[in-house]
Design a binder for this molecule. Structure first.
Ligand code: PNS
Length: 177
């Protein structure tokens, strides 16, 4: 039987921390579906299609990973795909409460999925999408944190920062990853 896992998230934008979790998951499972959602609790900098495109490019060289648009409930997306394992990355204790709540909720929704947590590498423990956006706003070097496509996309957002367009960067990702 094929072992499949789902790596869900909002990926706004994808970081090397995400790429590492996806890569390590792909070494354990036969097929990995990365599902990119809008998170209603966050105001996203990049539209969903753009985020999907950036994740696709970031993992293009991993043969057993596909990237899909997430719609509706995560547990339903997983069920339709015949997936019963959800993998989430954990950076620090601070992630735990949020992730614990989501895992318990997903279980309560149908008991069809198991959520497993993968510890991030220590070098990614500090890394988050919101931090990257904040650094990009200040034109800091983020090339060690995100793939080149994301560096370029964030720089382009920065280029349109004059006047009103600056609102593109007025977005707080909260505790996003
Ligand atoms: O990267 P994020 O923003 O922490 O990911 C959160 C995400 C997208 C995994 C979560 O919001 C989600 O599962 N959304 C799909 C809708 C759903 O099933 N909500 C209930 C989950 S507790």
């Amino acid at each position: 039987m094929e072992r499949k896992a789902m790596c869900p998230g909002s990926f706004d934008p994808v970081t090397y921390g995400h790429v590492d979790i996806i890569t390590r998951t792909s070494a354990i499972f036969d097929e990995v579906v990365v599902t990119v959602f809008d998170n209603p609790n966050k105001e996203h900098l990049f539209p969903l299609d753009r985020r999907i495109d950036m994740v696709r490019r970031a993992i293009a060289d991993i043969p057993n990973v596909v990237v899909e648009r997430g719609e509706g409930l995560l547990v339903e997306c997983a069920r339709k795909r015949g997936i019963n394992v959800i993998i989430k990355g954990l950076r620090a204790i601070s992630d735990f409460e949020y992730e614990f709540q989501m895992a318990q909720t997903n279980r309560a929704l149908g008991n069809t999925v198991e959520t497993l947590f993968m510890m991030t590498r220590p070098e990614h423990a500090y890394l988050s999408s919101s931090l990257v956006k904040e650094l990009a706003r200040h034109e800091a070097d983020i090339s060690e944190m995100v793939p080149p496509e994301v560096v370029r996309a964030l720089a382009r957002r920065g280029d349109s920062r004059d006047g009103e367009a600056n609102s593109a960067f007025q977005i707080s990702g909260g505790d996003d990853r």
